[in-house]
Write a protein that binds this ligand. Structure first.
Ligand code: DP6
Length: 360
């Protein structure tokens, strides 16, 4: 391989995880959402991935997670097989993929979002280099979001700074079930100081995988009203983001978190993922808000951990409250200090393609 060609076979990206405020729960067709969702990317919880293309041996995918070969390679192999219809060059190479997370596996942070986000960015870069397109090509982010979605739905919302929306909504003509869109324009500056304290209630493995969970919505008694609720909540939340209305923000975010768990509790079979300490944290957060009049609230993923959301100007008071009143209900007193983030980062220069197209 020449120096230039070798470069064109390697891509490295860092991609954050995200936390949904309006939740994606339930799918249609292949990896399309039943309802639109809205999330923001985290700053400190991210995955770094490098993808190297080669033609040695006959192992299609060698996947190393934090230095060790991992069985997640099988899921990636299926994923690559799926996208090879669109990216035919995928069939010509074997893949050496290395990945690491900035957060422990037990943190209960959705690692599939940052993992598939980072992988999709590497693959999109390799594809664009292959077609002779530059890094500023406007479709780059949309394409990467679409590819990420095919690996894990929530991953498509990890590719932009700040807030993103995934799924068709009346709010934006450009919204789509195929990829997320960024929501940077017009968001009130108070939300640039959004903080997320992840309170670890239980680091054990999930009782329900998200793919099983999504399937529970197929026959759910409340399916139609859940879809209608998500549309209403996304409209309300968007308005709150534009106007800086923290009270409305809090009302929608908590309603969504509890609705997600209500859907799980009332499905067949039913799942109860909240633990006694999750409920204790929720009631303490609400009591603190009532007494202090500070804009704090919670959101929850498909697990028992509680994300305490607050704003930069209340940081000292909220951190003192966490230490004083909440850590006793966290597993081994563990919590993660995170905030709204700036989105993905390329870790290596865009490869020079030399002769343009056809370099991979
Ligand atoms: C509760 O994106 O993990 O976190 O598409 O099957 O990979 P797959 O599901 P996934 O589901 C996330 C569900 C959620 C809510 C959300 O992130 O919107």
């Amino acid at each position: 391989m020449t120096g230039t060609a070798k470069h064109a076979h390697l891509s490295q990206w860092k991609c954050p995880s995200n936390i949904a405020l309006v939740k994606y729960w339930g799918k249609r067709d292949f990896q399309k959402p039943m309802n639109p969702s809205l999330s923001f990317v985290l700053q400190n919880a991210f995955t770094e991935t490098s993808v190297e293309l080669h033609k040695d041996g006959d192992q299609k995918v060698a996947y190393y997670f934090e230095g060790l070969e991992s069985p997640f390679g099988d899921r990636i192999e299926k994923y690559l097989d799926h996208i090879s219809g669109q990216f035919t060059w995928v069939n010509k190479y074997n893949f050496r993929i290395s990945s690491r997370n900035s957060f422990p596996h037990s943190a209960g942070i959705a690692s599939s979002a940052s993992s598939f986000g980072a992988l999709a960015l590497c693959l999109t870069e390799l594809d664009f280099v292959h077609s002779g397109k530059g890094p500023d090509c406007p479709e780059f982010w949309q394409k990467a979001s679409e590819l990420a979605r095919m690996g894990s739905g929530s991953a498509c919302r990890s590719l932009y700074p700040g807030f993103s929306i995934w799924g068709q909504t009346q709010l934006f003509e450009s919204s789509s079930d195929e990829h997320a869109i960024p929501l940077s324009d017009g968001v009130h500056p108070v939300f640039s100081g959004l903080r997320d304290a992840i309170l670890m209630v239980d680091s054990g493995t999930k009782e329900v995988s998200s793919s099983v969970g999504h399937r529970l919505m197929d026959e759910h008694h409340y399916q139609r009203s859940r879809i209608a609720q998500a549309h209403e909540n996304i409209n309300e939340l968007y308005l709150a983001l534009l106007t800086g209305d923290q009270e409305k923000f809090i009302a929608v975010v908590e309603n969504e978190a509890l609705s997600l768990h209500a859907m799980m509790m009332t499905s067949n079979p039913s799942f109860l993922l909240l633990k006694p300490n999750s409920l204790e944290l929720i009631s303490r957060i609400r009591r603190f808000r009532e007494k202090s009049h500070m804009p704090v609230c919670f959101t929850i993923d498909a697990g028992p951990n509680i994300h305490l959301l607050y704003f930069q100007e209340n940081e000292l008071d909220v951190k003192a409250f966490i230490e004083r009143e909440l850590l006793a209900f966290c597993e081994n007193g563990k919590w993660i200090d995170d905030r709204i983030g700036k989105g993905p980062e390329r870790l290596k220069d865009w490869p020079s393609t030399g002769s343009g197209t056809g370099s991979i």
